[in-house]
Design a protein around this ligand. Structure first.
Ligand SMILES: Cc1cc2nc3c(=O)[nH]c(=O)nc-3n(C[C@H](O)[C@H](O)[C@H](O)COP(=O)(O)OP(=O)(O)OC[C@H]3O[C@@H](n4cnc5c(N)ncnc54)[C@H](O)[C@@H]3O)c2cc1C
Length: 375
């Protein structure tokens, strides 16, 4: 039997981050992924490393993660936009919340600043000027193309970090350090299962009693923008202020939520807020919606895309908004916790349900976890 110090199950960002952290400490690592390449949430997202969305309790993990991302991106040469983020506001109640966050945020560790309309336009010519009341600027966000980065990260782990990759290898059972896969059995001192939203294959009883659910998000991608047009900072607007827990430190948030619930109930019903990122090919990634439940609808809803595009039009002016791709992604989420951790055996960890923040949190969390292991 081949023996390893650490076996990581799952080739999404959570698995890759744990493999990187363990290899960095000099461990002999194997990564097992059932598909020939990752195709879960980690290749379907915006690629936003988004500390500003994290509540104060997990902000340090997100900020540390962003540092590790920069370290890894510098070593791999994968393109990234280290451009920060803007939440643009067009309503008085949104301006109030954004200003409250700009005032209270720095004390809680957020690197944010309130921008007047002309300052916001100077940072992001992609914003609609008409009706703009200002913006919340944050310097800590960066963006990668998830499809490109996930593929290149696994190559980097194999070639530069000595991680053994076994794609096309589904893990069927784990017991006493022995890992039974569809392509043979191996052993590891320490095993971490980062299986995303697979709750049925390994430890189904643990998942069944965990409270974890699935969340389905609809996404779109535009054509390449002409003439090297650049988005600049990744963009969000007023709807996003009601979505991330970070903004719960703002006393005026309940009023903003009430106004949106009354004025735009379909955006609450389908959990829609609108984010925009750009990839190295110049395309814009747009989304998203949130449908909760263990059995996500396999079929997409065109009216959700229309709602996203209608809201996008209120704050973004980009030269080419022709949609060339539509897809959905599914992530796992715990109702209260920022991630789900279980230890079914003394040397086995299960880590998933990073919700909408797996790209943001994984590297920081993996570094913490691996340091605790006694291998
Ligand atoms: C549309 C969308 C947009 C998002 N946007 C962002 C964003 O901009 N920023 C951000 O921080 N987060 C974002 N997220 C969240 C983020 O994508 C997820 O939190 C993250 O990708 C989860 O990573 P993971 O490794 O846990 O799961 P996954 O990416 O699902 O990977 C799990 C892997 O485990 C493998 N696997 C499972 N079981 C086994 C087994 N038994 N044997 C072998 N392999 C197995 C699966 O095949 C899969 O490849 C978004 C998510 C979605 C869906």
């Amino acid at each position: 039997l081949s023996g390893f110090d650490v076996a990581v199950i799952g080739g999404g960002i959570a698995g890759l981050a744990h493999a990187y952290a363990a290899a960095k400490l000099g461990r002999k690592v194997v990564l097992l992924e059932r598909h020939e390449r990752a195709r879960g949430a980690s290749v379907r997202n915006f690629g936003m490393i988004w500390p500003i969305g994290q509540p104060p309790a997990t902000l340090p993990v997100a900020l540390r993660s962003a540092e590790i991302w920069r370290e890894v991106l510098d070593q791999t040469g994968v393109p990234s936009f280290r451009t920060g983020s803007i939440h643009a506001v067009y309503w008085e109640d949104e301006a109030q919340v954004a200003q409250e966050f700009a005032a209270a945020g720095p004390g809680a560790g957020y690197r944010v600043q309130w921008l007047l309309p002309e300052q916001a336009m100077a940072k992001s010519p992609a914003l609609r000027a008409q009706g703009l009341r200002g913006a919340l600027w944050s310097e800590t966000e960066l963006t990668v193309d998830p499809r490109q980065v996930i593929a290149e990260l696994s190559g980097f782990l194999a070639e530069r970090c000595g991680v053994e990759l076994r794609y096309g290898s589904a893990v069927r059972a784990i017991s006493n350090g022995s890992i039974e896969t569809t392509s043979g059995t191996l052993r590891a001192e320490r095993i971490i299962v980062c299986g995303g939203d697979d709750f049925e294959t390994l430890y189904p009883d643990i998942f069944a009693s965990s409270g974890i659910t699935r969340v389905k998000l609809q996404m779109m991608r535009t054509a390449q923008q002409p003439a090297g047009w650049l988005l600049g900072p990744s963009l969000a607007a007023g709807l996003t202020l009601r979505f991330y827990k970070s903004f719960e430190i703002c006393p005026s948030l309940p009023e903003l939520k009430q106004r949106i619930a009354a004025q735009m109930p379909e955006y609450d019903e389908w959990g829609i807020h609108v984010l925009v990122s750009q990839n190295g090919a110049g395309q814009l990634t747009l989304g998203d919606s949130h449908e909760y439940g263990l059995e996500p609808d396999p079929f997409d809803k065109p009216f959700i895309d229309q709602l996203i595009l209608r809201y996008l039009d209120t704050f973004l002016q980009a030269p080419d908004l022709n949609i060339v791709e539509r897809w959905h992604g599914v992530y796992s989420k715990h109702p209260d916790k920022p991630w789900f951790h279980a230890r079914p055996e003394p040397n086995v960890d299960v880590l998933t349900a990073l919700g909408g923040a797996g790209m943001t949190l994984s590297f920081g969390l993996a570094e913490q976890n691996v340091r605790e292991w006694n291998v």
